[in-house]
Design a protein around this ligand. Structure first.
Ligand code: CA
Length: 499
């Protein structure tokens, strides 16, 4: 054989072998917990808990200080992540009464087609079987904390033990037994710290004798706010108690009234929540150790996030749903030393809409048109990104539904937030986040804010239509997904004796 063709054959072989071996293409470990508030990640705020393993991503990588979800509810947030599209376009707008259309384009499918070995282990919660995965082992619906059954392509399998530890074991097993000629993309997704906040066996009484600091807004009186802020079932006192009475050994001591009762319920709630977080942090540490033992840690982009945020007693609330900061914000930490400077922080507005495009970009896969986010790769590389978005759009639909938070949409800019609650209410809220980061002072309708309100409404109209949404579509989706007939646990206003 002449020299030139022989050389090119060798070259071709070399290219093929390195491509197949995934040389140059990073592994992706996408860690998503469920309902993990930024306030319970010590890289963001160490008042409540230390999470050293999760913090390692921030210390050795990048922390995003303004990461948000576009619809703060479990399944829908996951559908946004998979598709890079808003809920009204991916079709999964509320948890119940719809299931995710797995026939549509998702980033795991595109990564799989590009030669990645793909897997999802743990919480899925999309109502239909996963598509685009070489391996999947998922909880059934919400799953349960102890002895949870899992679904696989071959059917249901039983497991024993605490679900956070089980999901971690399964992820480690998969990493140990996978084919290693391909790069991998593993979605390692926890149920914790989602309700009903059952701690693991090692942490049943963890910090029992401590008094955990209370949020400043625990006794929010909702003055200046729209009725949406109080006409719901979001309060630790009384709703959490009514929801979980008979579970978790929840028994308020006799004789506690008013604020003392709320304080007791807060301690009960926050301790169980933090115990669940503690096991998640342990699990992240064990998976790190596994990657280190395999020599793959620095070849792996590790992302830590949550499907949405969560209230930890702020405004008297638990749960999520609202466009208020605690529920809107998500933790987002990324470690990949080949690209990211250790200990770096970005304060650009990013959303869970960006995850799909970011992972495709990191893997060198072309981003298809139709995805609505932006790749975060330029930000990860530490580049100044002129023209980056300075606002995000939010839309929540699940009403009537658990917790009875009214349907609403809105815009959050770097400084302001404008929200419209609609359907069985017509109300607006406007916040100046620089002056009022806790969102206690609704400025909508206040003197002197007319021009700002007009300007923000215009921006809201524009961003809404840019994403293919509209007030008319919102009304249409009320008809199409009326939801409803959820159990009522009890409203704040039904228990006036408590305060
Ligand atoms: Ca969730």
């Amino acid at each position: 054989m002449p020299l030139l063709p022989r050389l090119s054959l060798v070259c071709c072989l070399f290219v093929f072998v390195s491509f197949a071996a995934g040389k140059g293409r990073p592994n992706i470990l996408f860690i998503m917990s469920d309902d993990h508030a930024n306030a319970a990640v010590s890289a963001y705020d160490d008042t409540l808990i230390q999470t050293p393993n999760i913090d390692r991503l921030a210390n050795e990588g990048m922390l995003f200080s303004r990461a948000f979800c576009t619809n703060s509810i479990c399944g829908p947030a996951r559908a946004v992540t998979l598709t890079g599209k808003y809920s009204h376009l991916n079709g999964f707008i509320v948890n119940e009464s719809t299931s995710f259309d797995g026939g549509q384009q998702t980033y795991p499918k595109l990564l799989q087609a590009a030669g990645y070995e793909t897997a999802v282990i743990g919480k899925w919660h999309l109502g239909s079987d996963p598509t685009g995965f070489d391996f999947w082992k998922i909880l059934i619906g919400q799953g349960q904390y102890y002895d949870a059954p899992f679904l696989t392509a071959e059917g249901q399998v039983e497991t024993e033990g605490y679900v956070t530890d089980v999901i971690t074991d399964l992820a480690i097993d998969w990493l140990n037994t996978r084919e290693d000629e391909k790069p991998f993309m593993l979605m390692y997704q926890h149920k914790a710290p989602h309700a009903n906040f059952q701690p693991g066996p090692d942490y049943l009484n963890w910090r029992e004798d401590e008094t955990i600091p209370e949020p400043e807004t625990l006794f929010d009186d909702y003055a200046t706010r729209s009725p949406a802020a109080w006409d719901n079932e979001m309060r630790i006192d009384p709703t959490l108690e009514l929801q979980y009475q008979g579970e978790l050994n929840l028994k308020v001591p006799d004789g506690l009234r008013g604020h003392e009762r709320s304080r007791w319920l807060y301690q009960f709630y926050i301790k169980n929540y933090l115990r669940c977080v503690k096991s998640v942090d342990d699990g992240v540490g064990r998976v790190f150790e596994q990657l280190e033992a395999m020599g793959e840690l620095d070849n792996t982009i590790v992302i830590y996030t949550s499907d949405q945020g969560f209230f930890l007693g702020e405004h008297g609330y638990y749960d999520k749903r609202f466009m208020y900061e605690e529920s809107l914000q998500i933790p987002l930490l990324v470690r990949y030393p080949k690209m990211i400077e250790a200990g770096s922080v970005r304060d650009e507005i990013v959303t869970n809409l960006d995850f799909a495009e970011t992972m495709l970009d990191l893997a060198g896969v072309k981003v298809p048109s139709g995805m609505q986010g932006e790749s975060l790769v330029p930000l990860l590389k530490g580049k100044k990104r002129k023209g980056w978005r300075d606002a995000m759009y939010y839309h929540f639909y699940e009403y009537p539904g658990y917790h009875y938070v009214k349907r609403h949409y809105g815009i959050r800019t770097e400084r302001y937030k404008l929200i419209r609650f609609y359907h069985d209410i017509e109300a607006w809220e406007l916040y100046d986040l620089d002056e009022d980061p806790q969102e206690l002072n609704n400025l909508y309708g206040s003197d002197g804010y007319e021009k700002l309100t007009k300007r923000l409404k215009k921006r809201l109209d524009k961003i809404q239509s840019n994403f293919g949404d509209s007030p008319e579509l919102a009304d249409e989706l009320v008809e199409r997904y009326p939801h409803g007939s959820m159990p009522r646990w009890g409203r704040y206003q039904d228990f006036p004796w408590r305060d």
